[in-house]
Design a protein around this ligand. Structure first.
Ligand code: ATP
Length: 282
């Protein structure tokens, strides 16, 4: 897909030092293309959250540039950029302000001046998708952590930004709710959205992303298709990531040297390949 879609976010040689002086980004260059799903992975403290905070201008680079739809983020307010790039942060408590779940999801829509009937439809749609409709009259603070995280996602989904950035979307979700998040990913794909997911969840990314960007020590240390990155033990080790189960099975079967050749991402791929090798067509 390289070179075909236009870049919607362009990060060019960005350095960022927090006020205390700690340099959390040390020369990051990255392009996110329209309609692409990418995962940013890396060990704790690698700089992932610091990087995504540059996407809607909460943080501005100390050096280098970040452009959103060709516009330098230094020239726009966070409110303006947030209409294009909606971020769902790791800690939902920082994003919930309203008295009811309904009002929480309606908040941005009211700010953007939508009519009440459009707001009502959009809120119901987003709450349904994330299995929160039954809580619509409750206080956001009465929800569990997993529910609060889904509520923060519903709020961003409802106002329909072009790019959605999700920081650890599957953390704290049980199996069923993880499925809800997965369905939401499929929906976003159908809607042609651009999605950036920050995650440590190697199993989750195998199904949803076109490209993985691996960060370590404030730098991008590798990027590429999931099947290449997730079979690269050296990169994964550097980023404190455990390879997906299927990669571990393939390594146990074929050994380290053949892992590049047998870069399965699902049990079905491995099974079909085994059938092919064994000549079993039943
Ligand atoms: N407000 C701050 N002031 C000073 N240093 C900070 C601040 N916020 C983050 N840092 C530091 O910057 C580095 C990068 O942090 P960041 O939150 O971007 O990492 P991360 O890759 O998102 O980690 P995690 O996987 O734990 O969420 C860390 O060493 C962190 O301690």
């Amino acid at each position: 897909m390289k070179g075909v879609e236009e870049a919607i976010i362009e990060v060019k040689d960005v350095y960022y030092a927090y006020p205390g002086g700690y340099e959390a980004l040390r020369g990051v260059t990255l392009e996110v293309r329209r309609g692409e799903f990418i995962a940013i992975m890396g060990e704790n403290g690698a700089g992932k959250t610091t990087l995504i905070k540059h996407f809607n201008g909460i943080l501005k680079p100390s050096k280098g540039t970040v452009k959103v739809k060709g516009i330098d983020t230094r020239t726009k307010s966070v409110a303006e950029l947030s209409r294009i790039v909606g971020i769902v942060f790791q800690n939902p408590d920082h994003q919930l302000f309203e008295e009811t779940v309904y009002d929480e999801v309606a908040f941005a829509l009211r700010n953007f001046g939508y009519s009440e009937d459009v707001i009502e439809r959009r809120v119901a749609w987003a709450l349904n998708i994330l299995d929160l409709q039954r809580y619509k009259d409750r206080s956001p603070y009465s929800l569990s952590v997993g529910e609060k995280r889904r509520l923060a996602l519903a709020s961003v989904l409802a106002y329909d930004p072009e790019v959605l950035v999700l920081d650890e979307p599957t953390a704290g979700q049980d199996y069923l709710q993880k499925e809800k998040i997965s369905q939401t990913m499929n929906l976003l794909r159908l809607m042609g959205k651009t999605v950036v997911i920050v995650t440590h969840d190697v199993e989750f990314v195998t199904s949803y992303v076109d490209r993985i960007v691996v960060m370590s020590g404030g730098k991008v240390i590798a990027e590429g298709q999931p099947r290449k990155i997730l079979a690269n033990y050296a990169v994964l080790r550097k980023a404190n990531l455990v390879p997906p189960q299927i990669v571990r099975v393939a390594r146990a079967l074929y050994g380290k040297s053949l892992l590049e050749r047998y870069d399965y991402l699902s049990p079905e791929e491995l099974f079909n390949d085994l059938r092919r090798i064994m000549g079993n067509t039943r």
